[in-house]
Structures are given as structure tokens and as C-alpha cells.
Design a protein around this ligand. Structure first.
Ligand SMILES: Nc1ncnc2c1ncn2[C@@H]1O[C@H](COP(=O)(O)OP(=O)(O)O)[C@@H](O)[C@H]1O
Ligand SMILES: N[C@@H](CCOP(=O)(O)O)C(=O)O
Length: 305
């Protein structure tokens, strides 16, 4: 068996929703999965996974990275080549940090490069959104930064949301999983006019708060009535961790994506005290967590080889 070509794709974790922006806004974070694709001259599919919780990732054709790889070849009307995929996990699985989006974006970008780049970045983005079912993880995972996606007559309009450099995202990642599909099942399908207005107003305020770093706007903006009230019960310790983050000086705390990771937005001065407070609040209810201050990834998916 010999190697025809290789490509390595690095994709950032993402935090979706940011409170009031359910299913439309997300930000790429400085935490990464790496995917190495080796195009072989013969054979079928080989998947090798390393990193924490590697044993939890499927190594057959049901693997999401491979499903995305396949999707691109189907889209361009070609047979996928024999391939070895080496997955280096840096993004924890099913924690609300967009691990599935890394696999979807990684598989599509890797396949596109191995196939000689037949698709534009916009076409890859559309395929990724269709696979994930919502844009708020895959768009920032592909493009980097904080991104808002809205449907348009032609598909999607995506815009870059300015993020003030003083705003630090602190993620508190507990040692239990919550699948996104499970956390979507608890959501109502209809909302009151008051709740729709509440979220519209708070998302508008959030965009200005992120851009300016204005503390009062951020403090008021990080509220939501579309998903968090229904998901909090799935996250033991939610109230304790939120209380601790706010008392330590965070602007606010929200569920990262569908959870269970909790995300605090904090100014530089308070990031260490907020980290410590969130960690000890979770410990106090018997949950082991990893808490980290991260930065915004501005590059999105990148590749070499
Ligand atoms: N690096 C990866 N390679 C292959 N599949 C992955 C990878 N990361 C995540 N997945 C798949 O996505 C699932 C988690 O998706 P999801 O429940 O949406 O959580 P998350 O919030 O992390 O995106 C995993 O159980 C696994 O099936
Ligand atoms: N808008 C989605 C985001 C899911 O993010 P994930 O990181 O948990 O996959 C939702 O809230 O369901």
C-alpha cells in the first residue's frame, strides 16, 4: 500500500448561541481538533483516534468525519478514494464546544483538498450547515472569529461580529457529556411574542456589547428565553456555577452551545478569579471540571500538506 498524498486540517472548537443568539451566532475558540487524511492507492477506510476519550469515537464508516468526507465526494459526483484518517482530539466530545462541527468541517475541507479543491469555501460552508442542521458552530469553525448567520433568498448571509479584545471567554467543561440532539429535544417548538421580543432585543444588545466591551450592555445582554430555561435542568450545578461566576465579576454566564459546558464572558482583570470560582462551585456539587480562559480563534479551519 503506498501513499498518494496527505492533507492535515486543523479546526477550532466553537461556542454557539452566546445566550440570546440561539442557532444563529457562534465564536471560534483557541482549542483544536486535528485531522490528517492520507490518500492511499488501495484498501478501504482506516481511522485512528488519539487524545482524551479517543475510545468514544467511532472507527467505522459511521464516523462523522468520514460521513462528511463522503458527503463532499457524493456532492462532486466522485467515488471517495481509499483513505486513512488520523484524528487528534483536542476538543472534548459532546460538551457544547462544537466537536461535531469540527468533524463536519474537517471532513469536508479535507475531502475538498484531496479532490483538488473543486468547491469554494462558500459551497463547503453550505454543505456543512446542511449536515449540522444549524449554522452557529460550523460557520465560525470554518471561518474563525465570531459569526452571525441568517438565511437569505439565496441561502445564507454570514457576517463577522467584532469582538472587543478585553472580553475573555472562560469555559468551564464538566466531566459529563450531553448530546446536542438530547438537549434540543427538551426545547418547545413555539414561543410567546414576549419571549421572541426579549431575545431579539438582547441579541441586538449583545452585538453592540461584544463590539464595544461596554460592561453594562454585556451584563444585560447575556440573557435568553429560547433555550437556556429549558436546558438548565440538564446541567447539575448550573445555578451554583452561575452565581459563583457573577459574584467573581463575570459580565454573565451562559450555556455553551447545547451544554453542558458553561461559558462566562469576563474582562481581563477578573478572568482568573472567575475561573477559580466556577471550578470550586462545580466541585462543591461533586462535579469535576476543567476551567480555562481561552481566546477567539480568528483563522478558522486551516490546512497544510
Ligand atoms: N473528532 C471527531 N471525529 C468524529 N466524530 C466526532 C468527532 N467529534 C465529535 N464527533 C461526533 O459528534 C458527537 C458529538 O456531537 P454533539 O452531541 O453535537 O456534541 P458537540 O457539542 O461536541 O458538538 C460525538 O459523539 C461523535 O459522534
Ligand atoms: N444552537 C445549537 C448549538 C449546539 O452546539 P453544540 O456545541 O452543543 O453542538 C443548540 O443550541 O442546540
Amino acid at each position: 500500500m503506498s501513499v498518494i498524498s496527505t492533507i492535515t486540517v486543523k479546526v477550532p472548537a466553537t461556542t454557539a448561541n452566546l445566550g440570546p443568539g440561539f442557532d444563529c451566532i457562534g465564536a471560534a475558540l483557541t482549542l483544536y481538533n486535528k485531522f490528517k487524511f492520507t490518500h492511499l492507492d488501495e484498501g478501504g477506510l482506516i481511522i485512528d483516534v488519539t487524545g482524551a476519550e479517543a475510545e468514544r469515537v467511532q472507527t467505522d464508516e459511521s464516523n462523522l468525519l468520514y460521513q462528511a468526507f463522503l458527503k463532499l465526494y457524493q456532492y462532486i459526483g466522485q467515488t471517495p478514494p481509499p483513505v486513512k484518517m488520523a484524528i487528534e482530539l483536542g476538543v472534548p466530545l459532546a460538551r457544547g464546544l462544537g466537536s461535531s462541527a469540527t468533524a463536519i468541517v474537517g471532513g469536508l475541507v479535507g475531502a475538498n483538498q484531496l479532490a483538488g479543491a473543486p468547491l469554494s469555501q462558500l459551497e463547503v460552508m453550505k454543505l456543512a450547515i446542511a449536515m449540522e442542521g444549524h449554522p452557529d458552530n460550523v460557520v465560525p469553525a470554518l471561518l474563525g472569529g465570531c459569526r452571525l448567520a441568517a438565511t437569505s433568498a439565496d441561502g445564507w448571509e454570514v457576517c463577522d461580529i467584532p469582538w472587543h479584545s478585553d472580553i475573555i471567554p472562560v469555559v468551564a467543561i464538566p466531566d459529563f457529556e450531553l448530546s446536542t440532539s438530547e438537549a434540543r429535544q427538551v426545547l418547545p417548538t413555539e414561543f410567546s411574542r414576549a419571549d421572541a421580543i426579549f431575545n431579539t432585543a438582547h441579541l441586538g444588545l449583545l452585538l453592540r456589547g461584544l463590539e464595544t466591551g461596554q460592561g453594562e450592555w454585556l451584563r444585560a445582554a447575556l440573557q435568553d428565553r429560547l433555550h437556556q430555561p429549558y436546558r438548565q435542568a440538564l446541567i447539575p450545578g448550573y445555578d451554583a456555577v452561575k452565581g459563583a461566576a457573577l459574584a467573581a465579576g463575570a459580565y454573565g454566564m451562559v450555556i455553551s452551545g447545547a451544554g453542558p459546558t458553561l461559558l462566562a464572558l469576563v474582562d481581563r482583570l477578573h478572568s482568573q478569579s472567575v475561573e477559580a470560582a466556577m471550578l470550586s462551585a462545580w466541585q462543591s456539587v461533586g462535579i469535576i471540571a476543567v476551567v480555562r480562559s481561552l481566546s477567539l480563534d480568528t483563522q478558522g479551519a486551516s490546512y497544510q500538506g
